[in-house]
Design a protein around this ligand. Structure first.
Ligand code: ATP
Ligand code: MG
Length: 447
């Protein structure tokens, strides 16, 4: 088995070898190269200790000397060179208390999480695969190195990594490994929210977001996203759906492109449903106001996951608006009001959610639903083509004009402008300077 190692990396291996040390590329890059995926970084493992590594290269960064890691800068790329090591005791279910440097590659491979991540490669010596990583790759299997129970007990982050790799590679988690995950899922409470979010996001944005169902069955979402469990446990007895909220959610994730905002919106767009569910006298379920409730719920969920503000805002907005116009009673003025409140710049994302949501529903009245979406699109095009005012900035009068007309600056001014915008959203022909000035004066004097 041959791997094409980049020139810079070959150079570093040579440098270390010429100085009398062993050195291999290792971990994710070996896995990805063998799978025909492009490795995003090349890590090196070596018998040289950090200070010895630093002597050999001109530009280095002390990334984690105690853990054996030195980053070598070549041109503008950093390469991590880590000394062979074994990990000491884990007492916090996350990190070893100490690490000990070793002379043996086999020690270093043993500490790694999964067989597919525990392979090393050297251009002359070839592949070192002590744990059956190649076989597991062929069988599309995520399997812990050594005793799975002990490995997840040591470091609970590996639980998230297992499912994340399953999603990225389309692999399944081997049985004993899965059993150990189930047993240790509770230990996720020891892992920082930031690390959980990072792994969850990689899964959600992977080619197989449906693996989140495995997170559910293994008890992972119960720890990190119990709201998802509620969705999985909420059937939808309505002709519009063929499955429960959770499976519908998974379908919507699969139907939408893998950006963070769109995938998290898909994940949470119906999070309000379990709470909003009512059943009528015919036994049909309804979920009134679930977009509003869902948007409210999503905010603390995403905050809890330490998500960045931009993502939180964008996702909550899209959840709030995801059912906009679906009752097919939308008028042009309703479209303008919607665009004004949602922000016209978010319309395309809303459309993507709209379509993915529809594709995740039953075929019942499918044609009508498609026509509704088409009409929404046409109305949007009309409003945009006509250049209708959608924000206060688009009004034919400015605050300054109103001040000149005797309306004092301050909060009252904002109220007048909002009133004028509402008038113009209702009827764009009202967006004339004189007309608006007159309206403003009347509105202000009557207040
Ligand atoms: P990615 O493509 O996401 O970078 P990766 O496998 O390279 O995947 P890294 O987090 O970059 O993952 O880690 C590099 C290597 O270090 C892994 O391949 C694995 O061998 C080892 N490793 C990383 N995290 C752990 C962990 N929590 N427990 C054991 N080994 C780990
Ligand atoms: Mg990596």
């Amino acid at each position: 088995m041959k791997i094409k190692v980049p020139g810079e990396v070959q150079g570093m291996l040579n440098e270390l070898n010429n100085a009398g040390y062993e050195a291999y590329v290792v971990g994710g890059c070996v896995r990805d190269a063998l799978l025909g995926r492009k490795p995003h970084d090349w890590d090196i493992t070596t018998s040289a200790e950090p200070l010895q590594v630093k002597k050999l290269f001109r530009r280095t960064i002390d990334t984690g000397l105690k853990h054996g890691t030195v980053t070598v800068m070549i041109k503008n790329t950093g390469y991590e060179i880590t000394t062979y090591r074994t990990d000491g005791d884990y007492s916090d279910h996350r990190r070893p208390e100490s690490v000990t440097f070793s002379r043996n590659l086999s020690d270093d491979l043993m500490r790694r999480d999964f067989t597919i991540n525990a392979m090393a490669y050297h251009p002359e010596k070839g592949l070192v695969d002590l744990y059956g990583g190649v076989t597991d790759m062929e069988q599309k299997r995520i399997r812990a190195v050594g005793d799975p129970d002990a490995r997840f007990d040591e470091d609970a982050l590996r639980i998230m990594r297992a499912v994340r790799f399953a999603g990225q590679l389309g692999f399944t988690i081997e049985e004993e490994t899965a059993a150990a995950i189930r047993k240790h899922a509770k230990d996720l409470s020891y892992v920082s929210k930031e690390r959980i979010e990072a792994e969850l996001t990689k899964l959600i944005c992977s080619p197989h977001p449906e693996k989140i169902e495995e997170m559910y069955s293994l008890g992972i979402t119960a720890e990190i996203l119990p709201e998802f469990d509620r969705m999985m446990e909420t059937p939808q007895n309505t002709p519009y759906h063929f499955t429960d909220v959770g499976h519908h959610t998974i379908a919507v994730m699969q139907n939408i492109e893998p950006t963070k905002i769109l995938r998290y919106t898909a994940l949470l767009h119906d999070v309000g449903k379990p709470q909003c569910k009512t059943t009528d006298e015919n036994g049909v379920d309804h979920f009134k106001l679930h977009p509003i409730v869902g948007a409210k719920m999503a905010e603390p969920i995403l905050r809890r996951l330490k998500m960045d503000n931009f993502t939180i805002e964008s996702v909550c907005r899209l959840i709030y608006w995801h059912d906009f116009g679906i009752n097919d009673d939308l008028t042009l003025s309703g479209m303008r009001r919607g665009l004004s409140r949602m922000g016209a710049e978010h319309f395309e994302d809303y459309m993507k959610i709209r379509n993915a949501d529809m594709e995740g529903q039953s075929d019942y009245r499918r044609e009508e639903k498609e026509q509704t979406v088409e009409r929404i699109r046409e109305m949007y095009e009309t409003v945009m083509a006509e250049g209708n005012a959608l924000t206060v900035k688009d009004l034919a009068v400015k605050g300054k004009d109103l001040m000149d007309a005797g309306i004092p600056a301050g909060p009252g001014m904002g109220e007048v402008l909002s009133y004028l915008l509402e008038e113009v959203l209702e009827d764009p022909s009202q967006n004339e300077r004189e007309l608006l000035l007159q309206k403003a004066k009347i509105y202000y004097s009557e207040k």
